[in-house]
Design a protein around this ligand. Structure first.
Ligand SMILES: [Mg+2]
Length: 183
């Protein structure tokens, strides 16, 4: 099968990694329970930042957030490698900005994910992922983000959603734990 994955907050715990970086940079000891209650993808509100300040903070720390030691979710690396070993084609579709694409691809390899160079798609807008998913005719696709998932309703691709506090309103089958998940 052709199986596609979003990266951030689907396979790796990027927002929580960013939350820890924000805590240090801002010197604010915000409890993790506040993070887990967030109803939107953006994390700045728990630090008392407005949307403009939050966007500025995120953009100024982007390289550090992306390319330091962000952990994969437990079992995610093993899950994707097992699919690869079984002979499935693995695709990554990430809307990280174009200038970080090459470095992200390399980072994913170093992390231990199976990455085929020409099966790594990067630098599109959230709403443009659907074009690639259709073009590739993926059998299965995993993502976490409401803005992406809302565009995928009429595809024949089987969609799974990585469970997150901000995507509870969306009704696709969920991945709660990569260690226990089976297709
Ligand atoms: Mg994501």
């Amino acid at each position: 099968m052709k199986i596609g994955f979003d990266i951030d907050d689907t396979l790796i715990n990027l927002r929580e990694h960013a939350f820890q970086i924000y805590k240090k940079k801002l010197g604010k000891n915000v409890g993790i329970e506040h993070f887990h209650q967030l109803k939107r993808v953006e994390i700045h509100e728990v630090f008392g930042l407005d949307d403009i300040e939050g966007k500025k903070m995120w953009n100024s720390l982007l390289e550090e957030i992306y390319f330091t030691n962000c952990p994969a979710f437990d079992g995610a690396i093993e899950f994707v490698n097992e699919l690869y070993r079984q002979g499935h084609s693995i695709f990554y579709i990430t809307s990280r900005p174009k200038k970080y694409c090459e470095k992200t691809r390399q980072w994913m390899k170093e992390k231990g994910f199976p990455v085929i160079d020409n099966q790594f798609y990067c630098g599109m807008e959230d709403g443009e992922k659907i074009d690639i998913i259709k073009q590739l005719d993926l059998d299965i696709y995993f993502d976490d983000k409401p803005a992406v998932l809302s565009t995928l309703k009429n595809t024949k691709t089987k969609i799974y959603i990585k469970d997150q506090s901000y995507n509870q309103g969306i009704s696709y089958p969920r991945v709660f734990d990569w260690m226990k998940f089976q297709i």
